[in-house]
Design a protein around this ligand. Sequence first.
Ligand SMILES: Cc1cn([C@H]2C[C@H](O)[C@@H](COP(=O)(O)OP(=O)(O)OP(=O)(O)O)O2)c(=O)[nH]c1=O
Length: 197
Amino acid sequence: MTLARPRLILGSGSPRRRELLAQLGVVADAVRPPEIDEDPRPGELPRPYCVRLALEKAQAVQAETDDIVLSADTTVALGRRILGKPENAGEAAQFLTMLSGRRHKVITAIALRRGDKTWQRDVVTQVAMKALSNEELNAYLASGDWQGKAGGYGIQGLAGAFIPWINGSFTAVVGLPLAETANLLLAAGYPLYKDIP
Ligand SMILES: Cc1cn([C@H]2C[C@H](O)[C@@H](COP(=O)(O)OP(=O)(O)OP(=O)(O)O)O2)c(=O)[nH]c1=O
């Protein structure tokens, strides 16, 4: 039986977010990567920055009134400092050197929009990174896995070897906190769990 359900627009170009959503048995009806200015405002702190970006992404995506738009933003915070996606290997090396041997926070904010209603949540996870040797750092840079990832690493790949401890949500670090996403999808009227055979 096919259920009448709202269309779901994934307002994200992140392949990780698509895969995480699939873990819930959800396949978006359309994928529309948002185009927004990701520069932090002067003095903006990581958490409000991350929340603002998720909301702006959900607003930037074109959708019909009854569609549900799901967007997110993942930001790495080292104290008050925001580490975005490195532009090149040099910047990735800088970020990883800053993160090496310390704890930082990964914030993922999600935003859902349906018509003029929005739902928003953010999840903060503490992450410890071991002190990286030159060999580890160089191997990681050469792998290219830092590309397109906040803070210049992906916990779900080779960099998992550098992360002995987290306190929070693994799926949030990868880009989409599934418990919170499921709750917001239900709140917005998406019949999660109903069309799983
Ligand atoms: C810290 C960390 C980040 N990331 C990724 C998740 C996000 O894709 C990316 C952060 O960039 P984002 O700006 O959150 O997302 P995006 O540019 O990839 O996609 P879009 O804006 O279209 O939604 O970093 C990992 O995959 N693993 C990690 O461990």
